[in-house]
Design a protein around this ligand. Sequence first.
Ligand code: ADP
Ligand code: MG
Length: 890
Amino acid sequence: MSYQQEAVLRDGASIVIRSVGSGDKQGLREMFSRMSALSINHRFFGAKRELTDADLRWLDREDSRQSALVAVNCRGTCDRILGLGRYIVSDKKPDLAEIAFDVGDADQGRGIGTLLLDHLARNARSRGVTVFRALVEADNAQMLEVFARSGFPVHQQLDERIFRIDIPIAETDRFVSLAADRERRAAAQSLRAIFAPSSIAVIGASRTPNTIGRAILDNLVRDGYRGQIYPINPTAKELAGRPCFASVKDVGAPIDLAVIAIPAQHVEAVLLECASVGVRGVVVITAGFAEASADGRIIERRLRDIARAAGMRMVGPNCMGVLSTNPSVRMNATFSPIYPPAGSVSMVSQSGALGLAMLDHARSSELGIADFISIGNKTDVSVNDVLSYWHDDPNTRVIALYLESFGNPRSFARLAPQVAREKPIVAVKSGRSAAGTRAASSHSAALASLDVGIDALFAQTGVVRVDTLEQMLDVVALLSSQPVPAGPRVGVVTNAGGPGILLADACEAHGLALPRLTDATLAELRAILPAHAGLSNPIDMIAAAPPEHYEAVIEIVGRDPNVDSVVAIYVPPLVTNPEEVASAIARGAGKLPAHKPLATVFMSSKGTPELLSRGPRGRLPSYTFPENAALALASAVGYGAWRRKPIGNHWKPAAEHEQAIRARVRAWVAENPAKSWLPIEEIEALLALVGVRVATHRRSPPFPEAAAVAARELAFPVVLKAIAPGLLHKSDVGGVVVGLADANAVHEAARAMHAKLPALTGFIVQPQVPRGVEALVGMTYDPSLGPLLVTGIGGTAVELYKDVAFRVTPLTDVDAREMLDSLRGRALFDGFRGGPAADRDALIDVMLRIAALIELVPELVELDLNPVMVLPPGLGAIVVDARMRLQARA
Ligand code: ADP
Ligand code: MG
């Protein structure tokens, strides 16, 4: 192999990374001679004074199992060797390679090792290696840093002062995200027939007024649908001035979309006809399927199968239709007479009735809508499909969701953040209060309340959660017309003190701030405002403030570097004309820096003057009360903060480990249909496959002598634990004794434990892990969202503190860090009150690995690692108690 690539070091120097050859012996000897004894001692060459011919003989051999690269200086002669990296593929495992580096002392810290690792990984990947393994002495900080900086999900294990570092080098996240992109585009493409059809058949159009089919036909005609309309009715000749067809088969022209509003018992036959003539999308308005009866559920499944087999997308059944204000479409294929103003907000509603309410509100508040869809039973087209479509739709700037349940929360969790990076998603999720009963046999389950899952899902995916339809419209009005604020600092301009204070309080309650303005800003304000105006933010321009003051002050405050957004409040006094103020505010908004939003509060009983929308910034969001403006701004600020966060990385096990895990789980579930809690050995095996460290143990029969014998196989001090049927929390009943210094102590403790717990069936002896911070990492099952990952302050008092955070999987390192930062007890990890500081990174690593296990094992219904003993920084984290329950999935 001959490899050569230019690269740039951290300090900007260019170097070349290339294959090494027998001609490099002299260069390597020179690099070696420049290395300190300490560096030499740090592996690869071993502790020696100079390189012998034998040491370099490998350079002459053709060996397909190994590959080596050197980093060479490119300035001048171009042959000073700065570093060497080499991997050798394992004899036994062709996907594992041992890797080692050497970098000359003077050149350490320039990023040479990291570059070599990166290039070696590319090379190794192409020959099927998935994991690099490095053995690094614990005091080799330079090398440990190389791995930490590599960007690969490094896993370290400390053994006798040597770190064994395993680095999965697969480009899995990237690969996964490319595949997800492709999938999203395909879904988006398939929905074009639904949202932008060139022709529509209305099946069930009727002569009788006030029928749904008739209403849809009339709405299409009245609201100016741009494409062909084909009314379908077996008995009518002509409807709404258009020729009628007995069936879609008689149309004789391509049909993009069929809207079906006929009695439920005929839907299946009609769907088959649609499939036979190549209809591309259908909207089934008809109700009476899965929501109505068990039979209905079966028929609904058949409808879906027909649609899927024909490559036809189906919306509904049990929905109120779709609408698009796109000027080249203008489709009101709903049975609602409301045609909202055209705009950039796209809405999806599960419930038909709420969908109607949303459209009605949109029209009365003049909120511009792009597309609207009511998805009903979501048998085929789901929220996820619709999100995919709007992600790519140029007319959609903001997405609003009204959801009752998630069809596939897993894929929502993957898709929503991709969409939310581009366009804000605002969701009303009902069901904050419903009480759910759940079996609380593990810590993780007991700690979850019904709503944490949705909150976690939305927080993690960047979805803005609101409680009511009104709040949704408030937030959407801001996001659809204004830039996303860069931060929480609000400048307030008002003509009345009271509302200014109300707004200030509401801002504070929502986590926004009213900063002090700069001296330069204050000087400018003083120059134009009367002496008795209030200049400390809120800027109180007093009641008589003329329109020009609004315009000028908005501009001045907007320029202030301490301000991220501006709110203009207007309370109409007798002396000014609201119309003039509105157009002055609109002009002022046009002078704001492009990245700063403006919201208005017009506390006028006459509503908001139309002129507010006539400025260079288009429609300005206007609120009747300060509280609404504060909530909308705070939501936008939260969204902006989410969008600025780095994307983060997942952890994924190597393919062969995945297979091994799946095989074990399948076998266990098949062989133990009745039992569901796993024995500790099985848990250990699964955790080992995802690389989570578990304290070793010995199991003994329930005799004190046997426990003492088992303990002798371990290093003292040890911990003794009881095994008993149905025993969940061992320490509750005296079933855990720590700090046993020798076999006699074990014998004695076991005797006492047996006396207390005559039902115990055996003992577990574990080496005592050094003191650390006790954390909980677990999983619980949310009835609507599926598995949730739980992390918190652990130990025997978890339920007492209830200091936990929840997230859905997949989980990134950014999510994991946020979870820890959200704990009240987070200071424990930094060494609170003289306690040991803890290896947060190791805990995060455990969280990511458990998240991957959760993704991989849908049979997992409960998991508690409590405690995960989080040792001082650099020393990792070790699970000392684990409980896991598996259940076959239907
Ligand atoms: P349970 O949760 O069933 O009561 P654990 O095995 O979690 O039992 O033990 C209870 C507590 O004992 C832990 O929270 C921890 O403080 C301590 N402990 C248990 N095992 C070990 C161990 N191997 N090393 C150090 N401390 C341990
Ligand atoms: Mg425990």
